[in-house]
Design a protein around this ligand. Structure first.
Ligand code: TYM
Length: 332
């Protein structure tokens, strides 16, 4: 049987270079040998207040970025989470197996709750149970995501195991899968924190930035006074981040990328990073635009995607209901 890959991106803003290198760029390589499901997780996005018109636009835009990254919709399934009701249904069931303490330990919740103290809603807290449902509904073997999602994935694995132990074998236990480079792209101005689409600024490259804007942000990236190009994220976070970005854009490891800069100045590294980022952006931006200009085609792809996703998800949900003892709706 084909192995199944599942991943999701929130339509909570314009995606960043971190989203691209940590997630989008990885997906097409799985298409040849695996069944790939890619979800635009709009139900997750509303755990932080969104303007309705922005959410609407960003939802279609994330689908277009999946396609622009090279996903073939005739092979893989791209769909919108709210088009498949099984996600929230299984999310509810899994929330009844999730301990408060597990949710309290989630760093994404802790971060967001500190920043958004005015809208500290229950959805933000139970978010990881919904994310587990997203993954487990598709009998997923592996979840390619950035490093920041590892803790959520660990919970999804624990919930799958907990359910299987309590009710009998039901779920595939999914594996976390990080990219070889770019698993944690850092903010260019503050390399202590990750580059984030929800806090755009001079340290964040957005996928819609012009080549000039992106190059300028890289040129101004924070470095240090060491004046040596080494890959050492602990002690030279800024330089290591630039090496990480270069490596991810050029399909190498940071250790391979560093070799070409022996004895060189920081300016040379920044120029190489800018060139590789601009090259990547130009390629995907052209494709993104063509999908956004053809909404009829985009909605056709999403409609077909939701049909395929619903078929798989419904089967899993019925299996779960049966295991739990729910009475399956009577057919006529
Ligand atoms: P989200 O929307 O924040 O991010 C989407 C993907 O981008 C990765 N990412 C990064 N990778 C490297 N460097 C960065 N600076 C960086 N920032 C973000 C994320 O790891 C992710 O892969 N909870 C998820 C969405 C989600 C999901 C799922 C993912 C919901 N259900 C099921 C996988 C499977 C999130 O907030 O991603």
């Amino acid at each position: 049987m084909d192995k199944i890959i599942f991943s999701g991106v929130q339509p909570s803003g314009t995606p960043s270079l971190g989203n691209y290198l940590g997630a989008f760029k990885q997906f097409p390589k799985f298409e040849e040998a695996h069944k790939v499901y890619l979800c635009v997780v709009d139900e997750h996005a509303i755990t932080v207040r969104q303007k309705p018109e922005d959410l609407h636009h960003n939802t279609l835009a994330i689908a277009a970025w999946y396609l622009a990254s090279g996903i073939n919709p005739n092979v893989s399934t791209i769909f919108i989470q709210s088009h498949v009701p099984a996600h929230t249904q299984l999310g509810w069931m899994l929330s009844t197996l999730t301990y408060m303490g597990e949710l309290e330990r989630m760093t994404q919740y802790k971060d967001k709750s500190q920043k958004k103290a005015e809208n500290l809603n229950a959805g933000l807290f139970t978010y990881p149970a919904l994310m587990a449902a997203d993954i487990l509904l598709y009998d997923t073997h592996a979840v390619p995501v950035g490093e920041d999602q590892k803790q959520h994935l660990e919970l999804a694995r624990n919930l799958a195991i907990r359910f299987n132990n309590a009710f009998g074998d039901t779920f595939v236990v999914p594996e976390f899968m990080a990219p070889p480079a770019g698993a944690r792209v850092r903010d260019l101005q503050n390399p202590e924190k990750k580059m984030s689409k929800s806090e755009p600024g001079p340290g964040t490259i957005l996928l819609t930035d012009t080549p000039q804007e992106a190059a300028k942000k890289i040129k101004r990236a924070q470095t240090d006074n060491e004046a040596r190009i080494v890959y050492d994220p602990e002690n030279q976070a800024g330089i290591s981040n630039l090496l990480e970005i270069l490596a991810a854009c050029t399909n190498r490891t940071p250790q391979q990328a560093v070799m070409e800069f022996e004895g060189q100045q920081y300016g040379a590294l920044k120029a190489a990073v800018a060139e590789s980022v601009v090259f990547a952006l130009e390629d995907i931006q052209a494709k993104y635009k063509s999908y956004m200009d053809d909404k009829a085609e985009l909605t056709r792809i999403l409609r077909e995607g939701s049909e395929k996703a619903n078929t798989h998800a419904e089967k899993t949900l019925n299996r779960v209901k049966d295991k739990l003892g729910f009475v399956i709706p009577f057919s006529a």
